[in-house]
Each structure stands twice: as structure tokens, then as C-alpha cells.
Design a protein around this ligand. Structure first.
Ligand code: SF4
Ligand code: SF4
Length: 249
């Protein structure tokens, strides 16, 4: 026992300091950031848009919900260095229709901020597993979501938030509906990753559905996959906790 204590004291604190301190660069890889495109001559803009696997580029505007943060549209070895904490508007979100990211950033989807711990239930509706791994990382000692009052629950009957990962298809509509039915109110969805937000790479999949059609408020978190810090920030935003260091106003 004494050996464990000595070891722990020597090693020091390993858990991330987020949200007390802004996330470090190592916690936000370039794939967590949106590419920012400068005004370009039309031919160059077309060339960049042609490289985009999800047709997310219109002129210099990047559709955040579709963007996979792959940086193919950036020149040479450049990496994306845009914002990391964007939630995007989508069907069923507080700022839809029309899309107002500012409204999305400032609105809790629940009527009042949560004053208790929050229980989340993840559901995979057809992901490549990468989003699942990032969500699972919240339970490890580094991200340790439980220190922020965020807990995974094995049953939707105790869940406040449904984390949806993957492309929602017509075949999965019924399981998602039944899961939501089992959750007590108030309840909401966090759509984790480009697949759940916009279909991502699979947006032309026949029979693709939408998490927005479930009739429950949705927070849309883009990325492919979003990093654990982004998922933590999205859950906190969904339940209306005050903004943390490093998060955009
Ligand atoms: S998906 Fe890739 S190529 Fe398309 S806008 Fe995003 S970073 Fe650029
Ligand atoms: S958003 Fe990307 S990482 Fe997540 S499930 Fe889809 S393809 Fe996989």
C-alpha cells in the first residue's frame, strides 16, 4: 500500500486539467480543428474543393458538419488550425432552421442547467468504431469524466443524454426510438462525429436517416472522430454548465 502511495506521489497528477485550464496542444490534434481557407483565386478554390471527400467546401466556406478535418484542402504540409469547440446547427437543434452557430454555442438544450450529475448512454448506429473509442476514453484515468459528474450508465432508463455514433439509418430508427422512450425526461441527444451529424463520408448511403427526426433536442458535434476533450465540452454545453477556460464565448 505504502508503495502505491509513494509511486502516486512521485508520478504526480496525470489527469487532464480541462476544463479548469484550456486543453493542451497534445489534447487537440490537428484533426480536432476546422481548416480555415483564405480567399483564393477561383481555379485554386476549385482545385481545393475537388480534393474534399465530403464536398464540404463552397468558395472559402467550409461546412463544419460535413468536414472530416482531414486537411486535404490545405496546401502542402499545412495542418488545420481553426477553432476546436464548434457545435454545428442541424435539423432539430435549437438554432435550426437556417443555422446560427452563435445560438448553438450559447444555448443549453435543457430548460435549465443541470445541478446534478449527468448520465450518458452511448449507442452505435453504424460507426467505424473510432468515435466509440474516443467516447470510451472519457472513462479512462486521463479524461476521467466522472470527476465532472458525467457517468456512463448501462441502461437508458437512467440516462439523461444519448450519445449517438455512426450513420443513422432507417433500420436503426426503431432501436433509437425505443431507447429514447426508455429514457426519463428531460432527455437529449449528442450526435457524435460527422457520420451522426451529416452522414460524413457516407452521406449518400441509401436509407440514411437523421437523429433530428427523433423529436428530442440534439447537440451536433462534428469531427471524424471528435477528440475526447471535444466530446466532454459538448456534453457540458448540452447540459448548460458554465463555459470553461479555453472554450469560446
Ligand atoms: S473534409 Fe477535409 S478536405 Fe474537406 S473541408 Fe474538411 S478538411 Fe478540407
Ligand atoms: S465520424 Fe468518422 S470516426 Fe466517427 S464513425 Fe464516422 S467515419 Fe468513423
Amino acid at each position: 500500500m505504502t508503495g502505491w502511495i509513494v509511486q502516486a506521489v512521485r508520478r504526480g497528477r496525470l489527469t487532464t486539467r480541462f476544463p479548469r485550464a484550456p486543453p493542451g496542444e497534445e489534447e487537440l490534434p490537428p484533426t480536432a480543428r476546422l481548416p480555415v481557407l483564405a480567399p483564393l483565386p477561383p481555379t485554386e478554390a476549385q482545385r481545393r474543393a475537388a480534393r474534399c471527400p465530403t464536398e464540404a467546401i463552397e468558395g472559402t466556406r467550409v461546412d463544419e458538419g460535413r468536414c472530416l478535418r482531414c486537411a486535404r484542402c490545405l496546401p502542402g504540409e499545412a495542418v488545420a488550425d481553426g477553432p476546436w469547440d464548434h457545435l454545428v446547427p442541424g435539423p432539430g437543434s435549437p438554432s435550426a432552421p437556417g443555422g446560427d452557430p452563435e445560438a448553438e454555442r450559447s444555448t443549453s438544450i435543457f430548460a435549465a442547467p443541470f445541478l446534478r450529475s449527468i448520465h450518458v448512454f452511448p449507442i452505435d448506429v453504424g460507426s467505424c468504431q473510432a468515435c466509440n473509442l474516443e467516447v470510451l476514453a472519457l472513462a479512462n484515468p486521463y479524461y476521467d469524466a466522472s470527476r465532472l459528474g458525467i457517468f456512463f450508465t448501462p441502461t437508458p432508463r437512467h440516462a439523461d443524454l444519448l450519445l449517438v455514433m455512426g450513420v443513422p439509418t432507417a433500420a436503426m430508427e426503431e432501436p433509437v426510438r425505443r431507447t429514447l422512450e426508455a429514457m426519463p425526461s428531460p432527455k437529449a441527444i449528442v450526435a457524435v462525429g460527422a457520420c451522426a451529424v451529416s452522414g460524413g463520408l457516407f452521406r449518400s448511403l441509401p436509407g440514411r436517416g437523421s437523429v433530428g427526426s427523433a423529436g428530442v433536442p440534439v447537440v451536433y458535434l462534428p469531427g471524424c472522430p471528435p477528440s475526447p476533450i471535444q466530446i466532454l465540452a459538448a456534453i457540458r454545453r448540452a447540459v448548460g454548465v458554465p463555459r470553461a477556460a479555453g472554450e469560446r464565448p
